[in-house]
Design a protein around this ligand. Structure first.
Ligand SMILES: [Mg+2]
Length: 294
């Protein structure tokens, strides 16, 4: 785990530009299948949400797919989903009290690498009931992803963009998915050769990945993060980097725009400013902050 962080820190520029790329929902059209077929069923089962499964599903989808928290870390997502469900009148009417998992909340507040491995270590050393329960859920999600998610190719336009970036930019994958799943997916579709490193949740937050890999090594206006979630943008901006949004629901259009226009602007140092701002505005308008139930 720490070896991976050191590897990121040791990366040395081989080209003039740097690009960080999110994976789920950005490169791969895998968000729907992962959440709907893997995360949600395991969430309902492990946290006793059977009596309110319809609302559990709506909340899971809202937090993870269709709102500003889209793409956030699974453990933070779990806390937010449980909070939304505990406030929802339909859930209260059925006398269901979703667990608040104070042990998990405490862990997320002090741990910077919110991955399965760190969770497993904390659960084993503390024997905290919440952590043990969440670990079981998280492990079952990983098993489900391994079983279910196959043959989901990159969005049209991804390969063309990777090829266009390659001569001038060092690239890394920057994700909150477990690294082993990322490696499997990038390898399955023969695109792992385009990136210098694949950084998953065990190596810290996306902002940390960008910091370790690129900050101070490249000029900030030569560093670009590509992602489909506000968290990707925050990670970019935390480092003073540029951001290119893959707009949820308009992914093909976004990749086409990147390939035919935005990459040229980035390499010409004309991306920063009005051009980036109008892309970000359209992106922000595409995701709501609050659910519309209650
Ligand atoms: Mg994503």
């Amino acid at each position: 785990m720490s070896d991976g962080i050191q590897q990121l820190k040791d990366l040395q520029p081989t080209k003039e530009f740097f690009v960080g790329i999110d994976s789920d929902g950005c490169v791969f059209d895998s968000m729907e299948i992962k959440h709907k077929e893997c995360f949600t069923p395991e969430f309902i089962y492990h946290f006793g949400m059977q009596p309110v499964s319809k609302y559990a599903r709506e909340a899971w989808d809202f937090v993870n797919l269709y709102s500003k928290t889209r793409g956030c870390n699974r453990f933070l997502a779990l806390l937010e989903v449980l909070k939304q469900l505990s406030e929802r009148s339909d859930v209260k009417a059925r006398n269901v009290t979703p667990p608040s998992l104070p042990g998990l909340r405490a862990w997320t507040e002090k741990e910077s690498k919110l991955g399965n491995q760190a969770l497993e270590e904390a659960a084993k050393s503390t024997q905290d009931e919440d952590l043990l329960k969440v670990l079981e859920w998280s492990n079952d999600v990983n098993k489900a992803v391994k079983r279910v998610v196959h043959g989901v190719p990159p969005f049209p336009g991804v390969l063309e963009s990777l090829k266009k970036f390659e001569p001038q930019a060092d690239m890394i994958v920057c994700s909150q998915t477990p690294t082993e799943a990322l490696v499997r997916e990038w390898d399955e579709h023969k695109i792992e050769g385009y990136v210098h490193m694949i950084a998953g949740q065990e190596l810290g937050t996306k902002a940390q990945h960008l910091d370790y890999a690129a900050k101070g090594k490249f000029d900030a206006n030569r560093c670009l993060m590509i992602g489909d979630a506000p968290g990707d943008m925050k990670a970019a901006k935390a480092n003073g980097f540029l951001f290119f949004p893959i707009v949820p629901g308009k992914e093909e259009e976004s990749w086409k725009n990147l390939h035919t226009e935005a990459i040229d602007k980035f390499f010409a140092l004309e991306y920063e400013g009005a051009y980036e701002a109008q892309l970000i505005e359209a992106f922000e308008a595409s995701l709501p902050e609050f659910p519309d139930w209650d």
